[in-house]
Design a protein around this ligand. Structure first.
Ligand code: CP
Length: 311
C-alpha cells in the first residue's frame, strides 16, 4: 500500500474515526512495528511533518531513519538513458534501490519546482521512488498534494464541528514568496469527500487546477464567501495558470479576527504573522492551528499502521 494522495483513502469517515481512536490511545499498537524501519527523505525543509511522522512511527514501535536528501544527498538524475556528464551525481534507479535495502517504508517530501508545470504534475521525485523502490511510499508533501496534512485537517474538523453540515471556506491570503498548490489541492480533494458547504475564495488569476476544483464553488468576493462560515482555512498559493507567479500581494486578503467572525481558524503552518493571518486571529481561542499540527501525528500513525498491517 502507498499513501500518495487523498485518492488512497478508501473511506474518509472511517479513516477519521480510526485516527481519533488512535489519538485516544496512541501507544496501544506499540508492538505492531517491531523490527520495521521507516526512512524519511526530505528534499525540502520541515518542522511538523518531520516530527509528527517520527512520533507516529515511534508510537507504533517502528524504527526511523531521517535524511535531509536535498542538502546532504547526491544530486539525483531521473532521466532514462541520460548521459550523466552534468551536475547530477547519482541516478534514482540506484538511489531508490539502495534506500530500500535499509527500510520497509520510505516517506518522501519533494515540493513543486513552480517552474516546470509538467514535471511538477508528473510528480517526478515521488513517482520515481514508487517505480524503483519497490516498497510502500508515503507522501510527506509532493508537487501537487499534501495528503497527510489534509487527513489531519479532516480529523480536526470532525473534532471541532458543531453542526452536521458546516460551512467551510478555503481562502487565499497574500505571501511574499511564491508557494506551491499542494496543501490547497489536497484540502479541496478532502472537502469533496465530505458533506459540507464548501467555498473557495481568491483573487482572479489564483484559480487552482480546474481538474481538482471541478464542481467546487468559487467566490471572488472574500467578504461574501466568509459570511456564516464555521471554519476558515487560510492558505497562500501562487498562480496556477501563470504557473508559479505572484500576481497580487493585496494585504486586504489577510485574515483577521474581525473577518473571521465566530468561525474557527485553520492553517497548516508555518504561517507568516500579520501578512497571511493577523496576530489577533492566531492568538484567539478560535485558532485551531496548533491542534491541526497535533493531529498530524495521528494522521501519519493511521497511515503507517495500515501500511504495516499489509506488509
Ligand atoms: N504543515 C506542514 O507540512 O508543516 P512543515 O512544512 O513544517 O512540515
Amino acid at each position: 500500500m502507498n499513501y500518495l494522495s487523498i485518492k488512497d483513502i478508501d473511506h474518509l469517515a472511517s479513516w477519521v474515526d480510526q485516527a481519533r481512536k488512535l489519538k485516544s490511545a496512541p501507544m496501544e499498537n506499540k508492538a505492531l512495528g517491531k523490527g520495521k524501519t521507516l526512512c524519511l527523505l526530505f528534499f525540502n525543509n520541515s518542522l511538523r511533518t518531520r516530527l509528527s511522522t517520527q512520533k507516529a512511527a515511534m508510537n507504533l514501535g517502528i524504527e526511523v531513519m531521517v535524511m535531509n536528501f536535498g542538502s546532504e544527498g547526491w544530486a539525483l538524475e531521473y532521466g532514462d538513458g541520460t548521459i550523466m556528464d552534468q551536475g547530477n551525481s547519482e541516478h534514482i534507479k540506484e538511489a531508490a534501490r539502495v534506500v530500500t535495502q535499509f527500510c520497509d517504508i520510505v516517506a518522501i517530501r519533494a515540493f513543486a519546482t513552480l517552474t516546470h508545470k509538467e514535471k511538477d504534475e508528473a510528480e517526478l521525485v515521488l513517482n520515481a521512488f514508487v517505480k524503483y523502490a519497490g516498497i510502500p511510499v508515503l507522501n510527506m508533501e509532493s508537487s501537487v498534494g499534501h495528503p497527510l496534512q489534509a487527513l489531519a485537517d479532516a480529523i480536526t474538523i470532525a473534532e471541532q464541528k458543531t453542526k452536521a453540515r458546516p460551512k467551510i471556506v478555503l481562502t487565499w491570503a497574500p505571501h511574499p514568496r511564491a508557494l506551491p498548490h499542494a496543501v490547497a489541492n489536497s484540502f479541496v480533494e478532502m472537502m469533496k469527500l465530505q458533506d459540507v458547504d464548501f467555498v473557495i475564495t481568491h483573487p482572479k488569476g489564483y484559480e487552482l487546477n480546474p481538474v481538482i476544483t471541478m464542481e467546487a464553488k468559487i467566490e471572488y468576493d472574500q467578504e461574501k464567501a466568509l459570511r456564516n462560515a464555521d471554519f476558515v482555512y487560510v492558505k497562500n498559493w501562487s498562480s496556477y495558470s501563470d504557473y508559479g507567479k505572484i500576481l497580487n500581494q493585496d494585504s486586504d486578503w489577510m485574515m483577521t479576527k474581525k473577518k473571521l467572525g465566530p468561525a474557527k481558524l485553520m492553517h497548516c503552518l508555518p504561517v507568516r504573522r500579520n501578512v497571511v493571518v493577523s496576530d489577533d486571529a492566531l492568538d484567539s481561542d478560535q485558532s485551531l492551528v496548533i491542534e491541526q499540527a497535533n493531529n498530524r501525528t495521528y494522521a501519519a500513525q493511521l497511515v503507517l499502521k495500515k501500511i504495516i498491517e499489509q506488509l
